[in-house]
Design a binder for this molecule. Structure first.
Ligand code: SF4
Ligand code: SF4
Length: 312
């Protein structure tokens, strides 16, 4: 198959420095906007859509009404519990520019590769002292393979350790050609093994993801870039014994020695409200709760029992 990279420039959600949670050492994380999956528990719901969005944070609003006077489309109203009528809003962002409190925000900004590189390089002294680097995350950074590859190459040439976090849903040939040569570490999500459950909870079947994982992990075992598979522990969705045993079975077949488990947190619901989405609540699933420590330990034991190491 011929690689077919997307040529469109991506939007960037945020460049977050001083991160200790997104790979080894101190890291600067580049969050891309847009993801091919649609996981119901997504911790970064504002990263799902590739296009720019507007967010509103009621806690920050000082009630000055400047935005309502600014909006020529009458998209803003206190009678609307979500404040913004997204059917009327044309995303002109005039209200954002005029909000004195920063309660309205544009989500997703264009950044050139050189702007990203310049900003990341400001943190190089921290990378050097902590064995850290840059982490490309999202959203899904591989949605814009050519852009990601160029940014990774530019930073690697400047001596920066490059990590890519991926959901695994990408064109393998494009990844190998455009991104792989410029990457030091790959964090690869393995969420749900059952293909129907994967489609139900993540929006797409998992066939391509599993194929990409097996191919990349084989390359790693043959001396290629390190691949660390990771599983978000989502109560009653990914953390079931059946699902975790199926993941263990995959790891045994593929010779995986190490993984990382990421316990669920409910903070995404506040983020959802900011971009105009009401929380998803079901009887069986109570995502407003933090995951109990005992429950995490039970999940960890399934991997530890078969000799798979857990990376913190
Ligand atoms: S972005 Fe523009 S159209 Fe949308 S609410 Fe603000 S001023 Fe109105
Ligand atoms: S301009 Fe900002 S602070 Fe003023 S009412 Fe609108 S959102 Fe609130």
């Amino acid at each position: 198959m011929n690689p077919s990279p997307l040529i469109l420039d991506p939007l960037i959600l945020e460049l977050k420095g001083n991160s200790l949670d997104d790979g080894p050492g101190i890291r600067t994380v580049v969050f891309f906007k847009g993801c091919p999956l649609d996981c119901v528990w997504c911790h970064n719901p504002e990263s799902k859509k590739a296009a720019a969005e507007i967010s509103f944070e009621s806690k920050v609003c000082v009630g000055c009404n400047t935005c309502m006077d600014t909006c020529t489309n009458n998209a803003l109203s206190r009678e609307n519990p979500l404040f913004i009528d997204r059917n009327l809003c044309t995303l002109c962002f005039d209200c954002v520019d005029n909000c004195p409190a920063g309660a309205l925000e544009q989500i997703g900004q264009k950044m050139s590769i050189s702007e990203i590189v310049d900003q990341v390089m400001k943190d190089k002294p921290f990378f050097d002292t902590s064995k850290g680097g840059v982490t490309f995350s999202g959203g899904e950074p591989t949605l814009n393979m050519a852009f990601l590859g160029k940014a990774a190459k530019a930073l690697k040439e400047k001596g920066v350790h490059v990590l890519v976090e991926t959901c695994g849903q990408f064109n393998y040939d494009s990844f190998i050609e455009l991104v792989y040569p410029h990457v030091d570490l790959i964090y690869f999500d393995i969420k749900i093994m059952d293909k129907d459950h994967h489609k139900k909870y993540c929006g797409l079947p998992n066939k391509g993801i599993l194929k990409n994982f097996k191919n990349l992990h084989k390359k790693y075992l043959n001396g290629g870039v390190t691949v660390l598979p990771r599983t978000p522990l989502i109560p009653d969705i990914t953390d079931t014994r059946e699902n975790l045993l199926a993941i263990v079975s995959l790891y045994k077949e593929e010779g995986v020695k190490k993984t990382q488990l990421m316990p669920y947190h409910p903070l995404w619901q506040e983020k959802n409200l900011k971009i105009g989405i009401s929380p998803v609540l079901t009887k069986e699933w109570s995502p407003e709760k933090w995951m109990a420590e005992e429950r995490v330990k039970i999940c960890e034991k399934i991997f530890i029992d078969v000799g798979i190491l857990l990376e913190s």
